[in-house]
Design a binder for this molecule. Structure first.
Ligand code: GLN
Length: 542
């Protein structure tokens, strides 16, 4: 398919955290619902090459694509909303831009010229934006510019937008997301910060076409007209983005505000079909009107910042809605758990998820939680490090290998049940050197996992260095912990499950990266069912 691509740039003003990612994803959803093909890209103005080396406390979860890119968590929203995979090309950072310009300089590609922000850095940014359009796969490329207009770091990006808008003419437009604060003392909504932020954009030569205004109260017509007058936009291009109870409501609010129609009019495009949001609205209605509620414990070491586990929390929303059940997550800090208090702390929870993570902090707490879940037959779901901890717990307390551990935590041990593969050991760099992205997995017949997926051949995304040590597999399987899934090429264990337990599954991969509104992940759906106490089939092999 080859189509002429329209480019929409989404900038942010007044303050960060207004939800550019959600507005971008909602606009994309509406265009998609009218039959257009859309992709969304995030430009991040920080100097890290990617967020892979960032502590989750800094920037929330690191999201991983099929092709192994470690990306900003907004890409997770894009996929969850659109149900279309993103890739390396969908997240660009200043680090990546400079790295490639400097590589070109070293190769002599600039033929002796002085290398400068304009045009060399801005050209590189523009190329990255156009790259997605050049694939011929998309009628719309929506590019979200991270940060806030006026930041030093985002200047080259805003300049690239100015140049592209000039070059693309009628094929491009700029949506600026701002805040209309409400002053309690006077009981008024204030437009001044928005006026200033648009003025800043104008100083850089960019006239926004549409203003999306975050607000706690409805924007009346007078206010819209006032904003329009001060900012050179039409009143119908002043869009109200009122606070929503869930991010999944935003596409419906934007539909009501006709954001998609304003965009299509400005780009002189046909409306396409009517926006078909039926499935989306069904999901939303189930999400907002659950018939039951369950409490699940999420044991992790970054629980102070909920964004660290964004995709897991969203996967629970999808799986909860599909079961018409509200999943209430109890965030439990793994460092606060030990063998003595675990019972008291976890009592009453109907399911326990042990989260991914790196390093030794909180490990013993995770292992105590798993022992509690295993012995008390509480449904358990372990993801990546959570699965590795389940293996360590079983080795210590069932197989009697008292010092069992992962070599990530302690390398001077007799029983490295989780270990690094030889090829990994030679790598010294930290960034981008893990087992990353999609790998195949063959699910074993007759296992609970097979029942859940309903098929044998699956593919899931990875982000880890350490693996189940196959030397111990026979011992584990004899004692009741089986490899329910393996990589068909490398034979690495991807999934473990316990016999004689209502629901105990650990996965080396990250199912949460693939759960979307349209396709809730089967493992989360199955786990929520187990937590709700829906009877599960007894297994033949078990
Ligand atoms: N730290 C573990 C590893 O590198 C697990 C990683 C994770 O949980 N994502 O293998």
């Amino acid at each position: 398919m080859s189509v002429s691509t329209k480019y929409i740039f989404v900038t942010g003003g007044v303050t960060s955290s207004l939800g550019k990612g959600i507005i971008s994803a909602s606009l994309a959803k509406l265009l998609q619902a009218r039959g257009y093909s859309v992709t969304i890209q995030k430009l991040d103005p920080y100097i890290n090459i990617d967020p892979g080396t960032l502590n989750p406390y800094e920037h929330g979860e690191c999201y991983v694509t099929d092709d192994g890119a470690e990306t900003d968590l907004d890409l997770g929203h894009y996929e969850r909303f659109l149900n279309v995979p993103t890739s390396q090309a969908n997240n660009v950072t200043t680090g990546k831009i400079y790295q490639s310009v400097i590589d070109k300089e070293r190769r002599g590609d600039y033929l002796g010229k002085t290398v400068q922000v304009i045009p060399h850095i801005t050209d590189e940014i523009k190329n990255r934006i156009r790259l997605l359009g050049l694939t011929g796969n998309y009628e719309f490329v929506i590019t979200e510019i991270g940060g806030t207009v006026g930041d030093i770091e985002s200047l080259p990006y805003v300049e690239a937008v100015r140049q592209l808008k000039w070059e693309l003419g009628k094929d491009a437009l700029v949506v600026h997301l701002t805040l209309i604060p409400y002053l309690n003392t006077t009981g008024e909504l204030k437009t001044k910060p928005t006026q200033h932020s648009v003025k800043t954009l104008l100083e850089y030569g960019v006239q926004p076409d549409i203003l999306v205004c975050r607000t706690e109260h409805k924007l009346g017509l007078d206010l819209r007209k006032k904003i329009a007058l001060f900012c050179n936009v039409e009143p119908d291009a002043v869009i109200e983005a009122i606070d929503a109870s869930t991010i999944y409501e935003v596409p419906v609010l934007m539909e009501h505000e006709q954001l998609d129609l304003v965009v299509l009019n400005k780009l002189h495009l046909a409306k396409g079909g009517n926006a078909d949001l039926k499935k989306w609205k069904d999901f939303l209605s189930k999400l907002k009107n659950p018939k039951s509620e369950v409490r699940v414990g999420l044991v992790g070491k970054y629980v102070e910042l909920k964004d660290s586990y964004k995709s897991i929390a969203e996967s629970f929303m999808h799986a909860g809605a599909s079961n018409e059940c509200k999943v209430r997550i109890e965030w439990i800090h793994s460092e606060t758990l030990n063998e003595k208090n675990v019972e008291e702390k976890l009592k009453g929870l109907k399911g326990i998820l042990v989260a991914p993570g790196f390093g030794s902090r909180g490990i013993e707490g995770k292992i105590s939680a798993i022992r509690y879940a295993r012995e008390n037959k509480v449904p358990f779901f372990g993801i990546c490090l959570g699965m590795q901890c389940a293996v360590i717990e079983f080795a210590r307390n069932v197989l009697g290998l008292k010092d069992a551990n992962s070599t990530e935590i302690n390398s001077a041990i007799e029983h490295p049940v989780i270990d690094m593969m030889e090829a990994q050991k030679r790598i010294v760099n930290k960034g981008g050197t893990m087992r990353l992205g999609a790998y195949k997995c063959k699910v074993k017949d007759g296992t609970r996992t097979h029942d859940i997926y309903g098929k044998k051949d699956i593919s899931e995304r990875h982000r880890h260095r350490y693996e189940f040590n196959n030397k111990y597999l026979e011992q584990f399987e004899k004692a009741g912990m089986i490899a329910a899934g393996k990589n068909p090429e490398s034979d690495l264990v991807e999934i473990i499950e316990l016999k004689n337990h209502p629901w105990f599954i650990g996965v080396q991969f990250h199912p949460e990266y693939k759960s979307t509104v349209a396709n809730p992940h089967p493992l989360f759906v199955g786990f929520v069912k187990a937590v709700m106490g829906v009877p599960v089939k007894e297994k033949a092999v078990h």
